[in-house]
Design a protein around this ligand. Structure first.
Ligand SMILES: Nc1ncnc2c1ncn2[C@@H]1O[C@H](COP(=O)(O)OP(=O)(O)OP(=O)(O)O)[C@@H](O)[C@H]1O
Length: 338
C-alpha cells in the first residue's frame, strides 16, 4: 500500500477536551530490511509448533465422532504443560504475528508501509511475501501486526485490535477512498481534507444528525453533542480544531457553525455570524505554499445561546503570535460593526 495518506492533511477535533494532533514518528522499522530471498518455498511451515493449541489439535484428531457404534471411547489425554515448556512459552519473545504466520506491516526503506504475509520465521528473522510478489527477509521484531480484514474501515480507531501507525493510516485511507473523510478516535474526530466537494453536508445531513438518524462520525455529530451537553448540563462547551496549515481547520469551523446556526437559529443572528467569515478572511488570509486561502491568525469564536437554546450573540477573538503577543477582539455584539 504505497504512500499511505502522504498527500492529505488531517485535522483533529474534539469536544470539551484538549486535543493534540500527533504524527507518530516512524520507527526504526524497515531500516532493518535486509537481503531478498529467492526461494522461500522450502521454509513454508504450516504447522505451528509454538501454538498452545497444537497439542490439543493433535489429540483430537483420533477422536471418534458421535454416533460411531462399536467404537470404544477413549478418554482424551489432557495436554500436560511441563514446567520447562511453560517457562519456554513465557520466555519466547518472538513477535505474535511471526508466530501466527499472519499478515503484518513492514516499513520499506522509502518510508512506505506494505502489508505482507509472513511465510516463515526462524530465530529472529522472518520471511515476508509482499503484494507485488517480492520476498524479503526481515528482523521479526520489525514487523508491525495488522488487523483482520473484518476491521477494515471501522468508524472508530478504538475498535482496531492493533492500534499502530500503519493500521491507523490504512483505516483512514480505506475510509477516505469511499469519501468517508471523518473517523473517530474515541472522543476525537479525525478529518482528512478531501480537497474536493464531498456529499456530506447540507440540510438533509443536518436534519439526519439532529434526529440521530445517522451515526457516522462527522463534525455535525461533534457539534450536536456539544449543544446537547450545553443544554443538559448548563455548562459551556468547547470544540478545539487543530491541524497543520491547509489541513482544513477553517472549513471545519465553518461546517460546525453551519450546524449551530441551523439548530440554534431563528433570530437571524446566525446568518450575521456566518457572514463574518468572508470579512475576516478578506483581511486576514493570504496565499501560502501550503494553502491558497491560509488564515494568518488564530481564531477563538464564542457563540452565545439564550436559555431557550437560540443563538443570542457571538464574540470572535483573533490572535497573532509574534514577538509581542497581540490579541485583537472583534465584538459582534451588537453587530453595528458590520
Ligand atoms: N471539508 C472540506 N471539503 C472540501 N474541501 C475542503 C474541506 N476542508 C478543507 N477543504 C479545502 O482545503 C482548503 C484549505 O482548508 P482551510 O483553509 O480550512 O485550512 P486551514 O487548516 O484553516 O489552513 P491555515 O492554517 O493555513 O489557515 C480549503 O480552501 C478547501 O479548498
Amino acid at each position: 500500500m504505497p504512500d499511505l495518506l502522504e498527500e492529505h492533511e488531517s485535522v483533529t477535533l474534539g469536544s470539551s477536551n484538549a486535543i493534540a494532533s500527533s504524527s507518530p514518528e516512524n520507527g526504526a522499522l524497515g531500516r532493518e530490511l535486509s537481503e531478498e530471498v529467492q526461494d522461500p518455498a522450502g521454509d513454508m511451515d504450516l504447522f505451528d509448533e509454538d501454538s498452545p493449541y497444537s497439542e490439543i489439535t493433535r489429540s483430537l484428531e483420533g477422536r471418534p465422532s458421535i454416533g460411531d457404534e462399536g467404537i470404544e471411547s477413549v478418554p482424551l489425554p489432557l495436554p500436560s504443560i511441563s514446567q520447562s515448556s511453560s517457562e519456554n512459552r513465557w520466555s519466547d519473545t518472538t513477535p505474535y504475528p511471526s508466530k501466527k504466520k499472519i499478515h503484518s506491516w513492514i516499513q520499506l526503506p522509502n518510508g512506505n508501509w506494505e502489508l505482507g504475509k509472513i511465510i516463515s520465521t526462524s530465530g529472529t528473522e522472518s520471511v515476508i511475501l509482499l503484494p507485488d510478489g517480492k520476498v524479503l527477509k526481515v528482523k521479526a521484531e520489525s514487523l508491525v501486526p495488522a488487523n483482520p480484514d473484518i476491521l477494515d474501515g471501522v468508524d472508530d480507531l478504538m475498535q482496531l485490535s492493533y492500534l499502530n501507525e500503519p493500521s491507523v493510516l490504512y483505516n483512514l485511507q480505506y475510509r477516505y477512498n469511499q469519501d468517508m473523510i471523518y473517523t473517530k478516535a474515541g472522543p476525537v474526530l479525525v478529518a482528512i481534507n478531501p480537497f474536493k466537494k464531498v456529499p456530506l453536508y447540507g440540510n438533509d445531513y443536518i436534519q439526519a444528525y439532529k434526529c440521530k438518524a445517522i451515526e457516522s462520525p462527522h463534525v455535525y455529530a461533534i457539534t450536536d453533542t456539544a449543544i446537547r451537553e450545553m443544554k443538559r448540563d448548563e455548562v459551556n462547551q468547547s470544540i478545539i480544531i487543530s491541524g497543520e496549515s491547509g489541513a482544513g481547520k477553517t472549513e471545519t469551523a465553518k461546517i460546525a457553525m453551519q450546524y449551530l446556526a441551523a439548530l440554534g437559529g431563528g433570530s437571524g443572528i446566525e446568518y450575521e455570524i456566518l457572514k463574518t467569515n468572508p470579512i475576516l478572511e478578506a483581511f486576514g488570509n493570504a496565499k501560502t505554499l501550503r494553502n491558497d486561502n491560509s488564515s494568518r491568525f488564530g481564531k477563538l469564536i464564542e457563540i452565545h445561546f439564550s436559555e431557550t437554546g437560540k443563538i443570542s450573540g457571538a464574540n470572535i477573538q483573533t490572535c497573532k503570535f509574534t514577538a509581542e503577543f497581540v490579541v485583537k477582539t472583534i465584538s459582534l455584539i451588537p453587530f453595528e460593526v458590520f
